[in-house]
Ligand binder design. Structure first.
Ligand SMILES: Nc1nc2c(ncn2[C@@H]2O[C@H](COP(=O)(O)OP(=O)(O)OP(=O)(O)O)[C@@H](O)[C@H]2O)c(=O)[nH]1
Length: 341
């Protein structure tokens, strides 16, 4: 048997955040956790990370083993090449059998194309699968970065978890204002201050949408966060620059084929504007809900939940989009739903 085909796919977590936001500090802290013992880390430069004191053994020119057991490597050439190289080493037993890969991006990266590489590449998609995207936002400079740098907003908008760093250096008012702003920009993400006691166990990376026990809880959380945001804030707070979050709802079950067609058309036309899409679907003829997740024009494989999360019935889709009028999407979705019934 080909050893490569017998290996389960590696979950990839993207760790992103603007320049100097505190990605490496968070990574160092997380790598000390037993839960991340079997993680590999892919970063741009060892120098930037300053992991020297973690380092025990050099496996190869660009791969080291950390004291914690984690594998750490630099991105050599392109991302795809580095991922395939790492996969080959794993399959050949040349590095410990890691099951998770943490990819720390540069501060100016747009995570969208990274996700696209992982999900759309015909070879990589069988060996890797997307886990949570974690974005670090600095409590001191975060608001200004969001104002000035589109990369910063995009990093925040695509996140599954937003970690606020440097809360020890900012006053409460600043922290609350930033939290409020991030909740508007990305209501589907959990926002955690770095000094939150939950962080070491919060499984920032570990509890992801592919984990069956975490799935239902996670979906309920996105939807509750969006509903709360709608109930408590004026519509305009959901709008930052031209990035907005909005929800599409339908109480009547959808026709799966027609919905697929509608979504393909939406993403075909507006794929670059849709930064993130997460939803729970009620499908005709299926009792249990289906979860869909997408980043830009890519939709991950739909996942069936065993039960409806507490208090939620019917289709609820959270869309985070840049430069796209929510009314156009709502109207098109409503027209589609009307035609279904
Ligand atoms: N006081 C305080 N300092 C922090 C915190 N998080 C990070 N820092 C400091 O902020 C600086 C930048 O942190 P890094 O972890 O290197 O940030 P980064 O996002 O990896 O930086 P780049 O890779 O250069 O983009 C360092 O001096 C850290 O010690 C925090 O929560 N509180």
């Amino acid at each position: 048997m080909n050893p490569e085909t017998s290996l389960p796919p590696v979950t990839v977590n993207i760790l992103t955040g603007f320049l100097g936001s505190g990605k490496t500090s968070l990574l160092k802290r997380l790598l000390a956790l037993p839960a991340l013992k079997d993680a590999a880390v892919l970063i741009n430069e060892f120098g930037e990370v300053g992991i020297d004191h973690f380092l025990v053994e050099e496996v190869d020119d660009d791969v080291v083993l950390l004291k914690s057991g984690c594998i750490c490597c630099t991105i050599r050439g392109d991302l795809k090449g580095s991922l395939l190289d790492l996969h080959e080493r794993r399959a050949a037993g040349r590095v410990p059998p890691f099951s998770r890969l943490i990819l720390e991006t540069t501060g100016l990266a747009d995570p969208g194309p990274i996700v696209a590489t992982l999900v759309a590449d015909p070879v990589l998609r069988h060996q890797f699968r997307m886990g949570n995207i974690v974005t670090v936002v600095d409590a001191v400079n975060g608001a200004e970065n969001l104002d000035r740098f589109p990369e910063s907003s995009r990093q925040a908008a695509v996140a599954d978890r937003l970690v606020m760093s440097k809360t020890d250096l900012a006053d409460e008012e600043t922290i609350n204002a930033l939290r409020h702003r991030l909740a508007g920009l990305n209501p589907a993400a959990d926002i955690l201050p770095l000094d939150d006691v939950r962080i070491p166990d919060a499984a920032l990376f570990v509890s992801d949408i592919h984990d069956p026990t975490a799935r239902a809880r996670e979906v309920a959380r996105w939807l509750a966060a969006e509903a709360h945001h709608h109930d408590h804030h004026s519509h305009d707070l959901n709008r930052h620059g031209d990035i907005r979050a909005f929800v599409l709802t339908s109480d009547a079950p959808l026709d799966w084929a027609r919905f697929g067609l509608w979504l393909s058309m939406l993403l075909n036309r507006h794929g670059t504007e849709v930064l993130r899409l997460k939803g729970l679907l009620s499908i005709q003829g299926v009792d249990t809900p289906v979860v869909i997740q997408g980043v830009q024009h890519l939709i991950h494989k739909p996942v069936h939940l065993d039960d409806w999360p507490d208090g939620i019935v019917g289709t609820r889709i959270v869309v985070i989009a840049k430069g796209l009028d929510p009314e156009i999407v709502r109207r098109s979705f409503a027209a589609f739903v009307d035609q279904t019934n």
